[in-house]
Ligand binder design. Sequence first.
Ligand SMILES: C[S@@+](CC[C@H](N)C(=O)[O-])C[C@H]1O[C@@H](n2cnc3c(N)ncnc32)[C@H](O)[C@@H]1O
Length: 258
Amino acid sequence: MKESAKYKHSSYTPAKQMVWRKSITSHMAICKAIWEKYPKWKLSYRIFDLFAGPGIDPDGQMGSWRIALDIYDNDPIDRFRLELYECDPVQLDCLKRSIPDQHKRKIGVKPYDHRYLDVIYPDRLLSKSVYGIQYHDPSNADLSISTMKRLHTCYPHVDIMVNLAFATMKRIDKAPHANLDYSIDEIMEVKKRWFIREPMGKHQWSMLMGTDWDTPEAFASWEYVGWAHTASALGIEWLDRCRLTVKERIHNGQPSLF
Ligand SMILES: C[S@@+](CC[C@H](N)C(=O)[O-])C[C@H]1O[C@@H](n2cnc3c(N)ncnc32)[C@H](O)[C@@H]1O
């Protein structure tokens, strides 16, 4: 495992966790409303946390999947499940120890590996009754577009959330021996509708959230948590900052905001 891929807590982490908490709270609430409308469909809610981390960080703060569990505890949704993936044995061990006994049956834990994921989610698997989120929160820009696409093929109603340092991503992508197998445009081809958060700091930390739902009003509450639709003026501006280098922005006649 590359050193850069290991679990790290940065000054951006608390902001990220706050956005994750608020966004998942509202996402679960939207899904609960669907459950109530169609009780016979026996829909289920699943979070695929592909870069799960320890659950409780060294400062005692909750990480992504523990936050999701906390939201569930406060306002349970039927047929809730967490699928956790973590490749670092040290973090995996912390993760296993952080799982509360009463939730063990709701949580699947796997050492993450792309080939292994292909076995778990074969091409023929298709489940339209599962809603939820596939969450990609890599330490570096170590995202796998094939994993994202495969999960989307198997679970088309599961939305996608990505947390990335876009400056890092662009830097790696422009490096002579770049090995990024994805671009923002490719990510955005996976779902129909995307939301974005304002890039923060010199690393340009930002989040993308993709869905196929055609009900923008369902996501109206997200704007209060700082999300903008990528077709809105604000969304286009934030997306350009994430997608283009300063040089490219100047070349396009856009002012540099950094
Ligand atoms: C930024 S942390 C994510 C933490 C978690 N989402 C949270 O909010 O608490 C990234 C995690 O992904 C793990 N990781 C790094 N590369 C990975 C890979 N290729 N596959 C799976 N996990 C990976 C790291 O060990 C680390 O725990």
